[in-house]
Write a protein that binds this ligand. Structure first.
Ligand code: NAD
Length: 248
């Protein structure tokens, strides 16, 4: 592993178009649990609250769970060292972009700019009728479901529900970034959710070297991963950053 850290640090230093592909694991150290696993969100909530048909059929019931997960809870989380390091690498020109499956807005809050939100963003609310976007703080969430101030239609969190398509712009830009990447850092994702999971595979197909950071093996580890750095995102990125700073 020590050897691999050195090799990966060299790889990053020599890369010209590195991208990161992030998942729920990058936010675990901010206190946001992943969906799956014994302490995952689905052990506490029914996934049907994020089903598009259920949402429009039973908006009040759906919104009760949504408010508790994404606004009372996610809304208070703060970015961690892993988000900060990725933002710094972008600022220094070492990281071209982040393709994220996360919807918690923490990369943005840490200062990352070039982000493709594959599954949207929970910190925006959109009116299904007039399509105006609101910030959660602009809307009273005491009465559910929240309604659009313009036309009283139900407001929906602007992330991808089950049964909903991927935002076209984010999908296209993620694919383009993957096709031109020379290194892809896969951080904290199982690689189970498609089509997002195909982004690093596309990068590999186009010649990128694949580095994976995860506490556990994922679907990628024994298939496309070239370097598997096992551990918490903030610790591994911190170790890489230390080596890189010494060499610059
Ligand atoms: P997942 O829940 O399926 O898997 C999380 C992964 O992170 C696992 O591989 C786990 O081993 C790893 N992990 C856990 N702690 C880690 C740490 N400290 N450092 C590094 N890795 C760690 O998540 P997923 O694969 O991203 O996909 C699930 C879907 O859930 C995505 O579509 C995403 O939109 C959504 N989701 C988002 C959030 C968020 O926005 N923070 C949270 C939960 C789920």
């Amino acid at each position: 592993m020590k050897n691999d850290l050195q090799k990966v640090a060299e790889l990053i230093l020599n890369s010209e178009s590195m991208i990161a592909f992030t998942g729920a694991g990058v936010s675990v150290e901010s206190g946001i649990p992943p969906f799956r696993g014994p302490n995952g969100l689905w052990s506490k909530y029914d996934p049907k609250c994020l089903d598009l048909d259920f949402f429009y059929a039973e908006p009040e019931e759906s919104w009760k769970a949504i408010k508790s997960i994404f606004y009372d809870f996610f809304g208070k989380a703060k970015y961690n060292k892993a988000h900060e390091i990725l933002a710094r690498w972008e600022e220094k020109g070492k990281l071209k972009s982040i393709v994220t499956q996360n919807i918690d807005n923490l990369h943005q809050e840490a200062g990352s700019k070039n982000i493709f939100e594959f599954h949207g963003n929970s910190q925006k609310l959109i009116c299904a009728a007039c399509e105006q976007v609101f910030l959660p703080k602009e809307i009273d969430l005491a009465k559910l479901p929240p309604l659009c101030p313009n036309d009283k239609s139900v407001l929906k969190p602007d992330f991808v529900f089950f049964g909903e398509g991927i935002p076209e712009n984010a999908y296209r830009k993620s694919l383009l970034a993957a096709q031109s990447a020379d290194v892809v850092l896969i951080i904290g994702t199982t690689g189970e959710v498609y089509p997002a999971a195909s982004i690093p595979i596309e990068a590999k197909r186009n010649g990128a070297t694949v580095v994976e950071i995860n506490t556990e093996k994922s679907n990628y580890t024994d298939s496309i991963t070239d370097f598997f750095l096992q551990g918490k995102a903030s610790e591994i990125l911190g170790e890489l950053e230390e080596i890189i700073i010494v060499k610059v």
